[in-house]
Design a protein around this ligand. Structure first.
Ligand code: ATP
Ligand code: MG
Length: 473
């Protein structure tokens, strides 16, 4: 080895770390440049002029219009995009209004006093108008081929989404074609890059790009597919439907917090029954509520759940509120009742057997969905009240009426009776008691007391006798 070579090796050994850092830095710099620069797609959108579509400004929230106009007057392009455009075209009232623009987050902030920037990976602007929030997002670019290791975890979840792009790129990174229509405030036209308008006319839900790849990229899209098809009465395109069943396992890799958010949306959209049936069909339900899915093999359990969902949809359509807590209690009731039976067979009395069952079913369920503690406690109370409602002596029924969870527990009791559980007499009694005057209620309690055999009266307090035909199970 020559003297020069020895010196070179010595330098490499001493400065090795620094050199590696330098190379890494150069590589990162180079990669950033490539990812931030949008690629030029040659495709031009189909432009649907104002007179050829049904979006009227009357259907758009005045606050969303304000945002669109201000961006546009400041020289930026501004579009309504996503669910709001889709819903107006379907003659439905949008839940919220999302705006897409070429303005950067900082530029948006300068235009609106009532703006806050949120998000670490991708900065979004929220423009606040009292309770209404208009979300404004700068056009994003999809991840390029070969960058998957940066954009996703090995389980397929998106972990990086911070690359700005052109409107066309923004369109192609969206999930379904019907969600990628852009209403242009500059001339009131609709821009359609993905043939979403045609799909909307044909009531078709079609994933943009390769469905299998896109579901892998973000498995929550599986639930979104079921939710949109259920609530908007859309049929899946053949290619979109094909991988649904075999990819349902991907849901296991989604975080509990994200799944919980999706379940809340599912509960609140007025179409829980058709969506539930789709989730059953493609086995998504099994990934979300495994214990319930097992219990649904029993006819009564399925009837209870479907009746509850039908009532929920009816309520939502009448503009009434829907209680996620109640629906969770309904979903978990049969697994809890089965577990309780098991606990009773291991010689626990009914009340502790039920309490133990509730705790264990909730523990398992919250490993999958991050149900907040407050909701868990309410679900616990509703299920426990199923036992307490069987106690109809003394002041107990009056006290139960004042329980904060009485109404939900009562509704569950009636649903159980309606689904064929042998608690019809109990259900009817509570219906009359609830509707009765104070005097009528007193009479009902007396009648119950008199109808009891003397031995039952004596043993009631201590609950020493264990009823074999307990009304809960
Ligand atoms: P709704 O608000 O009525 O449930 P939406 O389509 O507006 O439906 P949002 O969750 O508000 O749904 O998302 C707004 C838009 O963002 C969608 O229409 C879609 O274009 C895009 N989007 C949302 N989530 C995803 C996702 N996981 N993958 C790709 N695009 C998405
Ligand atoms: Mg939306």
């Amino acid at each position: 080895m020559s003297h020069k070579e020895v010196v070179l090796y010595w330098i490499i050994l001493r400065e090795g770390k620094k050199i590696i850092k330098l190379i890494k830095g150069l590589l990162e710099h180079f990669t950033e440049k490539v990812t931030e620069k949008p690629t030029n797609h040659s495709g031009t959108p189909r432009v649907i002029p104002r007179h050829e579509h049904a979006i009227s400004r009357n259907a758009i929230s005045p606050n969303a219009l304000k945002v669109l106009y201000r961006l546009n007057n400041a020289g930026f392009s501004a579009y309504l995009v996503g669910g709001c455009v889709r819903d107006i075209l379907l003659n439905r009232r949008p839940k919220d209004f999302d705006v897409a623009t070429n303005a950067l987050p900082e530029e948006i902030r300068k235009l609106f006093k009532n703006c806050c920037l949120i998000g670490k990976r991708f900065r979004l602007a929220h423009i606040l108008f009292g309770k209404e929030v208009i979300e404004v997002a700068t056009f994003r670019s999809p991840h390029k081929e070969g960058q998957e290791q940066h954009g996703h975890t090995h389980k397929g979840m998106i972990i990086r989404d911070n690359v700005y792009g052109s409107i066309e790129e923004d369109a192609w990174r969206r999930d379904f074609t019907v969600n990628a229509l852009y209403y242009n405030i500059a001339d009131f036209s609709v821009l359609d890059y993905t043939n979403g308008m045609e799909d909307l006319k044909n009531h078709t839900l079609r994933m943009i790009g390769n469905p299998e790849h896109r579901f892998h990229e973000d498995p929550v899209r599986l639930l979104r597919a079921a939710r949109f098809a259920g609530k908007l009465d859309l049929k899946f395109s053949k290619e979109t439907e094909a991988p649904l069943l075999e990819l349902s396992y991907l849901l296991q890799h989604v975080s509990g917090a994200r799944l919980y958010q999706e379940v809340l949306k599912f509960f609140q959209e007025g179409a829980t029954l058709p969506t539930f049936r789709l989730m059953q069909k493609y086995q998504f339900f099994h990934s979300l509520f495994p214990a319930t899915a097992l219990a649904l093999k029993e006819e009564q359990a399925l009837k209870l759940l479907e009746d509850a969902l039908a009532n929920t949809d009816q309520r939502a359509q009448e503009g009434k509120t829907v209680s996620p807590t109640f629906l969770f209690a309904v979903f978990l009731w049969h697994p809890i009742a089965q577990q309780m039976k098991q606990n009773e067979s291991e010689t626990l009395p009914p009340y502790p057997a039920l309490e133990k069952a509730i705790r264990s079913v909730l523990r398992e369920q919250t490993k999958i969905l991050t149900i907040p503690r407050r909701l868990q406690m309410a679900i616990h109370d509703i299920c426990l009240l199923q036992h307490r409602l069987t106690c109809r002596h003394g002041q107990t029924p009056h006290r139960l009426l004042n329980h904060p969870r009485f109404r939900a527990a009562y509704d569950l009791l009636l649903l159980r009776a309606g689904s064929g559980e042998s608690i019809q007499e109990l259900g009817t009694w509570w219906m009359q008691f609830y509707a009765g005057t104070h005097t009528q209620r007193e009479t009902m309690i007396k009648e119950i007391h008199q109808s009891r055999a003397p031995s039952q009266k004596r043993s009631f307090r201590g609950r020493k006798k264990k009823s074999k035909t307990h009304p809960i199970t």
